[in-house]
Design a binder for this molecule. Structure first.
Ligand SMILES: C[S@@+](CC[C@H](N)C(=O)[O-])C[C@H]1O[C@@H](n2cnc3c(N)ncnc32)[C@H](O)[C@@H]1O
Length: 382
């Protein structure tokens, strides 16, 4: 079965499709939002070459990449960065559940992409209650055509959604479908008594939804989920090849008892370290000789500093090298130590406060800051 019923059945079996979204998911045909060629992971799927595979993926619970490298021609020096997609439908539903929508709510969506999520929202709430903003003009125009083909006409605005959608608020809910490092204050002003849900984090770890309730000009809330979204264009952290980041010679060597693979894969550790760092991203390189050894590289966005920790199975102490002006591993070691001293709390105990001054992460209660007050991360340009 490769038709819309397949997707509904799949989402129902997963327990992801709740009654409030049944009609929208059943009646909005995802195929109207997907181009003839898209990517799933490394695979390029063409409707002309393999129509059955094309339809099977479209009606599957899969994210489909619809743009790479901001649509630019050429290969960006061999890098292929996904920059737009139709997200995984079960993840879309999880996000919409966190948004806690009610009939009659007025909603802003940041990151129109294909328009599929906006179509669900417009089906549920009515076209007049939905405004969606997309930074890429070609994508915004295509989304508007896709929405019209599905019989939906929410307002589609082309612009930088980090400014919200000035002139269209106030909103009861704001949902962002790209990751941000800093929750923009205009979102709070435009959702004065409502809820904001956004993928949030930094280059070290971005796999969390921030679920924030706004009152008196301040947004507060906890973290949830394990999303993997594309970055807001204007807040992208570093990315690329190792060779482009290792310039400084080794300045220090030592050892650590922090198991680098656990730090990389354990959501609680990585989250807690990430919120204490700015401008650092990790790359885990596994040996291809069957030894199960690996190196965890930590690279700074400014390409000036790096650290490397070698993992060897069975060892409890690991070799560390660092180069450049920042002692990146020392920063990680200190951040990890603070997390341990706090009793190694799980991520669901942390929360975020955002006000005019910036954002800060707390543990258990907003009165117990975990990061220094109102950290505004240094953001890489778009
Ligand atoms: C994962 S896709 C969104 C999926 C979309 N909601 C859908 O249903 O197809 C992320 C989108 O966010 C857009 N985006 C990135 N930065 C943005 C910004 N500052 N303002 C608005 N859109 C942005 C990207 O161009 C991309 O289309």
């Amino acid at each position: 079965m490769s038709d819309p019923k397949r997707l509904v059945e799949m989402l129902t079996n997963l327990g992801a499709l709740t009654p409030d979204w049944q009609a929208a998911v059943s009646e909005i045909d995802r195929a109207l939002f997907v181009p003839d060629t898209y990517r799933n992971g490394d695979r390029v799927i063409s409707r002309a070459e393999s129509p059955q595979t094309w339809a099977r993926y479209v009606y599957g619970d899969l994210p489909l990449t619809t743009q790479v490298n901001d649509g630019a021609e050429g290969d960006d020096g061999g890098l292929e960065t996904p920059t737009s997609s139709t997200s995984m439908p079960s993840l879309m539903l999880e996000m919409l559940r966190l948004l806690d929508l009610a009939d009659g709510h007025r909603v802003a969506e940041i990151g129109t992409g294909t328009g599929y999520n906006a179509a669900w929202l417009a089906h549920r709430l009515g076209d007049a209650n939905v405004v969606t903003v997309e930074t890429d003009p070609a994508l915004a125009a295509q989304a508007q055509r896709n929405l019209a083909a599905a019989g939906r006409h929410p307002a589609v605005v082309c612009g930088d959604g980090l400014a919200g959608v000035p002139g269209h608020g106030p909103f009861d809910r704001l949902v962002c479908t790209c990751s941000v490092q800093q929750v923009p204050y205009p979102w709070i002003e435009q959702t004065p008594t409502g809820r904001i849900v956004t993928p949030w984090g930094n280059g070290f770890f971005s796999g969390s939804f921030a679920v924030l309730d706004v009152a008196d000009g301040v947004a507060r809330g906890h973290f949830a989920g394990r999303p993997a979204f594309m970055w807001a264009r204007q807040q992208r952290p570093g990315r690329g090849f190792l060779r482009d980041y290792i310039h400084a010679p080794t300045a220090a060597q030592g050892s650590t008892r922090i198991q680098p693979e656990t730090l990389y894969w354990d959501l609680d550790q990585r989250f807690a370290v990430a919120v204490q760092l700015t401008g650092v991203w990790p790359m885990l390189v596994e040996a291809d000789d069957g030894s199960k050894e690996s190196t965890l590289w930590l690279l700074t966005d400014d390409r000036r500093s790096w650290a490397a920790v070698d993992y060897v199975p069975g060892h409890s102490e690991f070799h560390v090298e660092q180069g450049g002006p920042r002692q990146v591993w020392d920063e990680v070691e200190a951040a990890h130590g603070r997390w341990q001293a706090a009793g190694a709390p799980t991520r669901d105990r942390f929360g975020l406060t955002v006000d005019r001054a910036g954002q800060s992460v707390w543990l258990d209660t907003p009165q117990a800051p975990f990061t220094p007050a109102a950290v505004v991360p240094q953001l890489a340009g778009g």
